[in-house]
Design a protein around this ligand. Structure first.
Ligand code: ADP
Ligand code: MG
Length: 241
């Protein structure tokens, strides 16, 4: 692989909260087109990593590059406009607004004409199974559809890199399968790379090209799913529980 292939690079990333070290000495590279998993026990620093990568929190140390450009210290708005977009572990949609308006708002800085924006809304709703819900209040959707709407909002700008924080939480059997098919389609048809934090190990092992394992804020292991799932340290820290 050549260097131009790297979409995201972290070098000795660190984030402290007072005396608590949430992420430490965390270096990794992510390649274009990859679905990269980020796993680890509760409190391992996964969401903090998302917050730092997406500019919601400043790193306490270390550096970050996105598509070859340094983004250390840039704001969340600057970073999202460069094409790095994330979802939250808990949905952050506008409950009183319709599904259509939730998706529309996300496109507003990017597309000039109303017709272009509406076309993007319809296309995005189609991808995420929300076409029949466009005029529903977001807050009235069933849980699984709300999760899909969070993804639709992130997807509406057609980012280069989509970071998903536990997108499968609360989804039932068929909904999980539909979501995983969506992630694969986002990658293959839209060419969007995906950084995935997820507790559903079967799903992670099935869909990820490569996995990073965090433990107490530090990189414990990395590799292909089959390598990570038979790594003794990973089994002890996490999978064996
Ligand atoms: P994960 O997503 O892997 O479960 P988090 O990144 O949410 O873990 O948390 C990592 C550690 O950082 C935890 O000990 C958590 O309590 C702490 N932490 C996360 N966010 C904050 C914050 N805003 N203020 C203080 N401590 C935080
Ligand atoms: Mg988390």
């Amino acid at each position: 692989r050549d260097k131009g292939d790297v979409i995201l690079r972290a070098e000795k990333l660190e984030r402290r909260f007072g005396g608590l070290v949430a992420v430490a000495d965390f270096s990794f590279e992510m390649h274009k087109g990859e679905i990269l998993g980020l796993i680890g026990p509760n409190g391992a620093g996964k969401s903090t990593t998302f917050n730092v990568v997406s500019g919601f929190y400043r790193p306490s140390g270390g550096r970050l590059w996105f598509c070859g450009e340094e983004i250390t210290g840039k704001s969340a708005l600057q970073i999202s406009r460069m094409g790095l977009v994330r979802t939250f572990q808990h949905d952050s949609l506008l409950a009183e607004m319709t599904v259509e308006d939730n998706i529309l708002v996300a496109t507003s800085h990017q597309l000039r004409s109303h017709a272009d924006r509406m076309a993007r809304v319809r296309e995005t709703a189609g991808l995420t199974g929300l076409s029949d819900y466009l005029h529903e209040k977001a807050g009235n959707l069933p849980h699984g559809r709300q999760r899909m709407l969070s993804i639709a909002i992130a997807l509406a700008t057609r980012p280069t890199l989509l970071c998903l924080d536990e997108p499968l939480t609360g989804l039932q059997g068929q909904e999980v399968k539909t979501a995983l098919d969506l992630f694969e389609m986002i990658r293959s048809e839209l060419g969007i790379s995906i950084l995935l934090v997820e507790h559903n190990m079967r799903a992670v092992m099935r869909i990820c090209d490569r996995i990073l394992v965090l433990n107490y804020g530090r990189l414990l292991a990395e590799g292909k799913p089959e390598e990570v799932s038979r790594n003794e340290a990973v089994i002890e820290a996490y999978l064996g529980k």
